[in-house]
Ligand binder design. Structure first.
Ligand code: FES
Length: 160
């Protein structure tokens, strides 16, 4: 099915309603609801934003704002594993550029792109809050500290 034909499944809808029931206000469940909407495709198309916004009783613009702000929700197709590399100042000073270049070379993609096999997407991100262990990156929900060009290949191997 095309992204514009996306519809929540019965289970996804029930899971979202369950999350909403955990909070005094429905909109407080926004992030959990978006994570459920993202389970099947790995990203959240416009049609899903509209459906989830209706369940939460918020506008699509508000929910889109939440989705865009939150690092682990994607509004465009991404690979199976999303690598987010910190390009803020502390990591910049400890070797961000060399680590980024090693990723670019190993993966054969530029930041913002996805590998042809759909395995990885590479995205820059601002400070991940582990500044004394730069360069820092995340792969999915895993944080990797002190990532140097030498440690990049072995690190990637763990993600199929
Ligand atoms: Fe990279 Fe803070 S500057 S984690």
């Amino acid at each position: 099915p095309k992204p514009q034909d996306f519809r929540l499944s019965e289970t996804e809808r029930e899971d979202i309603l369950h999350e909403i029931s955990q909070y005094p206000e429905a909109r407080a469940a926004s992030i959990e609801a978006l994570k459920i909407a993202q389970r099947r495709l790995g990203w959240v198309p416009d049609a899903a934003i509209a459906e989830v916004a209706t369940l939460l009783g918020v506008s699509t613009a508000e929910l889109d704002g939440v989705a865009t702000f939150y690092n682990l929700i994607y509004r465009q197709p991404v690979g199976r594993h999303v690598i987010t590399i910190c390009d803020s100042v502390a990591c910049y000073l400890t070797g961000y550029e060399a680590t980024r270049d090693a990723l670019i070379e190993t993966l054969g993609i530029q930041p913002g792109q996805t590998t042809a096999d759909g395995r990885f997407t590479l995205l820059p991100i601002c400070c991940l809050g582990a500044c004394d262990h730069g360069p820092v990156l995340m792969i999915g929900e895993d944080t990797h500290l002190d990532v140097t060009p030498d440690t990049v290949p072995a690190m990637l191997e763990a993600y199929e």
